[in-house]
Write a protein that binds this ligand. Structure first.
Ligand code: F6P
Length: 361
């Protein structure tokens, strides 16, 4: 078997489990094919490095001691898919340059660790004839075809701790605390952190809210003697009227009203309508910081090992996935251009409703 030259990059937002996945791929490749038969080429800062030929051969020792390390040893950057086929002021044909980097480094395949945007470009490169394998990373858990992405459960643990800790201030001060949780257009992270942390109201993009229903949930709790409420709000949450608007119009109308986020508006509206002291909290990028959880270390290891098997079998044009309880793969062309949203009948949503959590609808 000739030596395989495997390019690897991490693209989009960082998240816990990237290094654990890189390690999983590398160790499984060395183990399955033999150290002398594998050359791993690390590409710096995602597709940016692929466009600009910023890459280097890595030593097996570089993949040790990184299981628990957050972020990515390769560096990452957002290189939007929608600009990939657009020649900008720098006059660079990005797709041609990426193909050239692949060719000049004599790569046999390219592994791309990333979210939806990363997968779109991975599919584009696959259609251009490169041997590409995707690995689904994101705290948003919104990649189609996989029941879970690595990074998600660590972020859920952090989000849960935020909701837990906010309870003390909420109860001591008899306040309504509104916590904004990342997740882009999907509500997975807010739903899971909210349920695990014991939020009273959970607002996610998939279930447009009515502020009067949110207010009445807060007031009902107060009538029942609970002088505080915790509201977990997904960054992409919207009310019924906003849900019918284009993103551009939604942003314009919010700006005209003096708000940039749903959280800011919800906080103000709850305070104005209930008279209860209301505060907002935004953990932001803390949700994707630090060491991966045990769950994510295991998932990353499974995903990395699966990718190594695909390389061994020369099965390209796929994205590794968790399908049911099994680790498998989906065609890249099947997973791109889609988003995995929280279904309205999701079992966690149903259980949350059954215990009295309000979704503001
Ligand atoms: O996709 C991961 C994510 O953290 C989203 O939840 C969030 O909307 C976005 O990235 C934030 O991006 P950035 O780090 O570029 O501000």
């Amino acid at each position: 078997m000739a030596k395989r030259r495997i390019g690897i990059l991490t693209s989009g937002g960082d998240c816990p489990g990237l290094n654990a996945t890189i390690r999983g791929v590398a160790k499984a490749c060395y183990d399955l094919m033999g150290d002398e038969k594998v050359e791993i080429i690390g590409i710096t800062d995602g597709y940016h490095g692929l466009i600009h030929n910023e890459c280097r051969e890595m030593k097996p020792s570089e993949f040790s001691g990184i299981l628990t390390q957050g972020g990515t040893i390769l560096g990452t950057r957002r290189t939007p898919y929608k600009m990939m086929q657009v020649v900008e002021d720098d006059n660079i044909d990005k797709v041609a340059e990426m193909k050239q980097t692949y060719k000049s480094n004599k790569l046999d395949c390219l592994l791309t660790l990333g979210g939806n945007g990363t997968h779109k470009t991975a599919n584009l490169l696959s259609e251009e004839g490169l041997n590409v394998i995707g690995l689904p990373k994101t705290i948003d858990n919104d990649i189609w075809g996989t029941s879970v992405t690595f990074g998600f459960h660590t972020a859920v643990d952090i989000g849960t701790e935020v909701v837990d800790r906010i309870h003390t201030t909420a109860t001591s001060h008899s306040r309504v605390m509104v916590i904004e949780i990342m997740g882009n257009k999907a509500g997975w992270l807010t739903l899971y952190s909210g349920v695990a942390g014991g939020a009273d109201i959970i607002l996610i993009p998939e279930i447009p809210y009515n502020i009067d229903k949110v207010v009445s949930a807060v007031e009902s709790r107060a009538k029942a003697g609970k002088q505080f409420s915790i509201v977990a709000v997904a960054e992409g949450a919207m009310d019924l009227a906003e849900s019918k608007m284009k993103k551009k119009d939604r942003a314009r109308i919010r700006a005209e009203q003096g708000y940039t986020t749903a959280t800011a508006r919800i906080t103000k509206e709850i305070q104005d309508k209930t008279g209860f002291e209301t505060r907002s909290v935004v953990p932001g990028h803390m949700l994707r910081g630090g060491s991966p959880s045990a769950y994510d270390r295991i998932l990353a290891t499974q995903f990395g090992a699966r990718a190594a098997r695909l390389i061994l079998e020369e099965k390209y044009g796929y994205s590794v996935a968790k399908i049911g309880t099994e680790i498998g793969e989906n065609r890249l062309s099947d997973v791109t251009m889609k988003t995995k949203f929280v279904p309205l009948d999701d079992k966690v949503v149903v259980a949350a409703r059954d215990i009295g959590i309000s979704f503001g609808d």
